[in-house]
Design a protein around this ligand. Structure first.
Ligand code: SER
Length: 586
């Protein structure tokens, strides 16, 4: 089955069962400072688990583009991808465990015709925070799964939630690939690959407020995620996701380009990273040394390294990118729309990295001569680390060069330095994200409303072209990206500030209305109109000043927000400027 047909079948099935379809949110989470990318369908929907009412109702179905970089080392096996799609069905205080399980089972067996004998499941075994999930167990038995294919496990596998906020026990659905058992105890609970996890149904009824501290939410919710690429693989009887229509063309091209230097794992890494990098760029990220830009840079550099490994000409990167766009555009038309611009960025990053490699080689040669002069047969780990850290020179390449030049490097010592460095940066990022989940706290809500005021004020001062291209809010500040070709002058910034503060002082009433997308358009609301599905939307008006399509939440009146101050204005990427601003409480 084609991926697009599977997605449509899924949405259709859940529509037939009373769900409303909403479109995928972008890969870059809006208003959630805790994560760099959307890693699951629940990110954009967190507020509805907490009781905020979704304009489309209590039963929602969607598909969500996701990026997970935690699994990066597993990329290259049969089923882990950096960019993937999760189809989801959601109950916000509507149906719960039994119906969710019954719907999943029916979709897999009746709609997709998957052999029920190859399905097994895991269920939460219970602990001090939540009881053993007998309800889920019984629901599976009732649906038709024999007891000996239902496995109990703890939080590590059968609990889902982000660092804080909505969470709960889950039940995971596995498909038997018929690979041999890895041991007598082989089960869906081991990760040998025989049992492929395809679907996770989370029963989100708790709120994690601190480590080891859970409260019941005011409503019981369901969050499910069905892995699109894995299901396509199963339905097509393929052994890996790379053999499906989503990747097969790019894999064949790589085979041709590499000839007898072909390495399957390297080809898989290239195919995966290329798709992920392009999709990240579609959402406006450019390679850099911070945050999302850094992840993107690593993906591109990693794929280039694997191209080098198979001795593929660097200029072929354009061909590989084009084929990836072709294979992805039916699912994600946006990749085709932005094709020129993202491939240009990709090539620029490639050129930069190739230069880095040249510089690194020069530096390496210095170390080589030094070592030889001193009669050493090994290059110090500190130097290898410097090559890595300062010159962005991957250790595998240093190793290759060393071998070519008859000298050694101490990889173990390098790894120790590397670990130390990683530990330090992890501590740094934990600290950075310690604010916890993006929440509906008063201050975050105020910043959200301030963002709307800023958006409108920018359009008044700079012109209507100054539309939003990204937003990120923490409890400390707002960050707003918008389209504008040049630096905003101090006078213009002062005027924007003045207008925003004027609206705050007017103590305007914020009103929320629900309407169809067409009505919203007609009413003059700004927002993303390319949504294909999301029929009914929320429109927030701030007095007569601003009107935007938005999920909320917002303040009721603007009066108490404090004084708005722009702290910084800078370039974000080509044609996009970034403002950081704060609300000062006086
Ligand atoms: N949030 C769950 C997951 O990502 C189910 O959608 O697995």
């Amino acid at each position: 089955m084609k991926a697009i047909d599977l997605r449509n079948k899924y949405l259709e099935f859940f529509t037939e069962n009373g769900h409303k379809v909403i479109p995928s949110a972008p890969l870059l989470p809006e208003n959630d400072p805790t994560v760099l990318f959307t890693t699951a369908g629940m990110h954009p929907l967190i507020t509805y688990f907490l009781g905020n009412v979704h304009p489309q109702g209590r039963r929602i179905t969607d598909y969500q583009k996701c990026i997970r970089t935690g699994d990066i080392d597993e990329v290259g096996d049969d089923s882990h991808l950096t960019f993937f799609e999760m189809m989801g069905n959601w109950s916000f205080g509507d149906y719960f465990k039994e119906e969710s399980i019954e719907l999943s089972y029916r979709f897999l067996t009746e709609k997709l015709g998957i052999d029920a004998n190859r399905i097994s499941v895991t269920v939460f075994e219970g602990d001090q925070d939540a009881p053993k999930d007998k309800v889920a167990f019984n629901a599976w038995v009732k649906a038709g799964i024999p007891e000996d294919r239902i496995y109990f496990s703890g939080k590590k596998t059968n609990w889902w939630g982000l660092e804080k906020g909505p969470c709960g026990p889950d039940t995971e659905i596995f498909y038997d690939t018929l690979k041999p058992k890895c041991s007598d105890n082989c089960s869906p609970l081991c990760d040998c690959g025989k049992y492929l996890e395809i679907w996770n149904n989370v029963f989100t009824e708790y709120n994690k407020i601190a480590e080891g501290k859970y409260e019941l939410l005011s409503q019981k919710n369901v969050d499910t995620g069905l892995g699109l690429e894995r299901v396509v693989m199963i339905l097509d009887g393929k052994k890996s996701v790379y053999e499906t229509e989503l990747f097969v063309d790019v894999m064949n091209t790589l085979k041709e380009l590499a000839g007898d230097k072909y390495i399957e794992k390297s080809a898989r890494v290239i195919a995966d990273h290329m798709r992920a990098a392009l999709m990240i760029m579609v959402d406006g990220v450019v390679p850099s040394n911070v945050e999302q830009g850094y992840v993107l840079r690593r993906l591109i550099r990693r794929l280039i390294r694997h191209m080098r490994k198979m001795e593929i000409d660097m200029d072929k990167i354009v061909e590989i990118a084009n084929i990836t766009v072709e294979a992805s555009k039916e699912m994600y038309p946006e990749i085709d729309e932005h094709k020129e611009e993202i491939i240009t960025k990709l090539v620029a990053e490639k050129d930069k990295f190739v230069k880095t490699l040249e510089k690194g080689e020069k530096e390496f040669n210095k170390y080589l001569i030094q070592a030889k002069n001193e009669g050493k047969d090994t290059i110090d780990a500190e130097k290898v680390f410097k090559l890595y850290d300062t010159f962005g020179f991957p250790v595998e390449i240093t190793e290759e060069l060393a071998t070519e030049n008859g000298i050694r490097i101490n990889v173990q010592e390098f790894n120790e330095l590397f670990k130390k460095h990683q530990e330090l940066s992890r501590q740094g990022s934990n600290q950075k994200f310690k604010g916890g989940l993006a929440n509906d706290s008063e201050i975050v809500t105020q910043y959200h409303t301030a963002t709307h005021l800023l958006h409108k004020a920018l359009q008044i001062v700079l012109g209507e072209h100054a539309t939003q291209s990204g937003s990120n809010i923490t409890e400390e500040r707002l960050r707003f990206d918008f389209k504008h070709p040049q630096k905003v002058t101090r006078e213009e910034l002062d005027e924007v500030e003045r207008i925003v503060n004027e609206q705050i002082q007017k103590d305007l009433v914020v009103k929320c209305e629900e309407m169809t997308l067409d009505e919203a358009k007609e009413s003059g609301a700004t927002g993303l109109f390319e949504n294909k599905y999301g029929d009914l939307v929320k429109v927030y008006s701030i007095g007569d000043f601003s009107k935007e399509i938005c999920g909320g939440p917002h303040v009721e009146r603007t009066g108490n927000m404090g004084r708005f101050k722009i702290k910084k204005e800078e370039a974000s990427s080509a044609g996009v400027r970034r403002i950081k601003a704060v609300l000062i409480k006086e």
